[in-house]
Design a protein around this ligand. Structure first.
Ligand code: NDP
Ligand code: MG
Length: 390
């Protein structure tokens, strides 16, 4: 199906055992790229199977306790590195053309920062690094001569819609992010108090890792995407609109000053933005199902319910406050979501914990790696205390 030769393209996949990581390897298998490095946290068993298939030069497990479960490939020497520090060192010494960054959570920040200094193509799925340190990452990309391609489907869509504009940001009126609305679209606040982890983990359209699936059900994920859009496309928060589009066919849009709206459409399949992040600016034959517009028949659009899903506004508040407030937001949400999944708080308390943490945390205006990490630690402590007192 793929009509060009990508066998010389050297690719690294960070977080290769996750939802995005495994789909990235599906695309890489189709393209026939050379995999030079894979990493995961603790899933040694799947990393072993991926290593046996793709024969990278090196792999890394950031949780050193799992090293005994890793099986080396039979026909090639692959080096195994262990621990977070080794992960960053491996990235710094990689000989690579594209790094796909699909590590989940705030723990993906050090590897994203290192990858942004390589002067290569960085295909970023990890939201946390962009939201907390997007400006630093983009500075590194410019300074070291790399390219950043967003993998998140909405931002990949906007990136593609902006290609018609030749870089003149003054012609953009607004970015329109589409949201599936999650599994609880149409719910009242009362109904949300009865939501169980199993209900929150069943997303109607997208199959994703557990954290982002819960974030999609609270609309925190869409709030994160507003911040990602502000960071990646250098627009004001007020110029990013969210529209609920249940079918997830339009992945996002750009409205220009002449009121023309350019949209990007496609089947809801993360392999599409992953493939584009590898082949940009080329397009190649794809395993993604073509759109059947007549079969779909209707595309609908609704206003998000900001009262039932207050985290959309909490995200906006954090950008307006600026500094390290978005890092506080993400850290508080990580604590709240894991507490919900562990059965310690109810679903409707997730926004309460996040909002109260933002109220109590100190904000620092200068966004540096150090300040972001101390904001993350402070928010974690505050959020845990709020949960204990609920
Ligand atoms: P998953 O939870 O499915 O996978 C996370 C991956 O990261 C796993 O390979 C995991 O390893 C690895 N990992 C976790 N912590 C570390 C660490 N400290 N060092 C190295 N590897 C680590 O997440 P998703 O694939 O769903 O999401 C990945 C990122 O992409 C997130 O930031 C998410 O917000 C973003 N994203 C995801 C989308 C999706 O459709 N899934 C869409 C858009 C963005 P192990 O398996 O061993 O735990
Ligand atoms: Mg998305």
């Amino acid at each position: 199906m793929i009509d060009k030769d990508y066998s010389k393209l050297k690719v690294a996949v960070l977080g290769s055992t996750g939802s995005i990581g495994t789909q990235a390897l599906d695309v890489i298998r189709e393209l026939g790229c050379k995999v030079v490095f894979l990493s995961a946290k603790s899933n040694a068993e799947l990393l072993s199977r991926q290593t046996e298939e793709f024969l990278p030069d090196a792999v890394c497990l950031t949780d050193p306790e799992k090293s005994d479960d890793f099986l080396f490939p039979r026909n090639r020497k692959t080096e195994l590195f262990l621990g977070e520090e080794a992960h960053v060192k491996c990235i710094s010494s990689l000989d690579v053309d594209v790094i796909i960054h699909a590590v989940s959570g705030l723990s993906g920040i050090p590897s994203a920062l290192e990858a942004s200094k390589k002067g290569v193509r960085l295909a970023v799925a990890n939201k946390e690094a962009i939201i907390t340190l997007g400006d630093v990452i983009l500075d590194n990309i410019r300074k070291y001569g790399g390219v950043l391609i967003p993998v998140d489907s909405e931002h990949s869509a906007i990136f593609q819609c902006l290609l018609t504009n030749r870089g003149d940001r003054s012609q953009i009126k607004k970015l329109i992010l589409t949201a599936s609305g999650g599994p609880f679209f149409g719910y009242t606040s009362e109904m949300l108090s009865n939501v169980t982890p199993a209900m929150a983990l069943a997303h109607p359209t997208w199959k994703m890792g557990p954290k982002i699936t819960v974030d999609s059900s609270t609309l925190m994920n869409k709030g994160f995407e507003i911040i990602e859009a502000v960071r990646l496309f250098d627009v004001d928060e007020s110029a990013v609109e969210v529209v609920v589009h249940r079918q997830s066919i339009i992945h996002s849009m750009v409205e220009y000053i002449d009121s023309t709206v350019i949209a990007q459409l496609g089947s809801p399949d993360m392999r599409a933005p992953i493939l584009y992040s590898l082949t940009y600016p080329e397009r190649v034959g794809s395993p993604v199902a073509p759109l059947d517009l007549i079969g779909i028949s209707k595309l609908t659009f609704d206003k998000p319910d900001y009262n039932v899903f207050p985290l959309l506004n909490t995200a906006r508040r954090s950008i307006r406050e600026g500094g390290v407030a978005p890092a506080t937001l993400i850290s508080a949400d990580e604590v709240a979501v894991s507490s919900f999944l562990d059965g310690n708080i109810t679903f409707d308390k997730i926004p309460v914990v996040v909002e109260k943490t933002l109220d109590k945390a100190s904000n620092v205006n200068t966004v540096s790696v150090e300040n972001v990490f101390s904001a993350v630690c402070e928010a974690e402590k505050i959020a845990k205390k709020i949960i204990a007192e609920l």
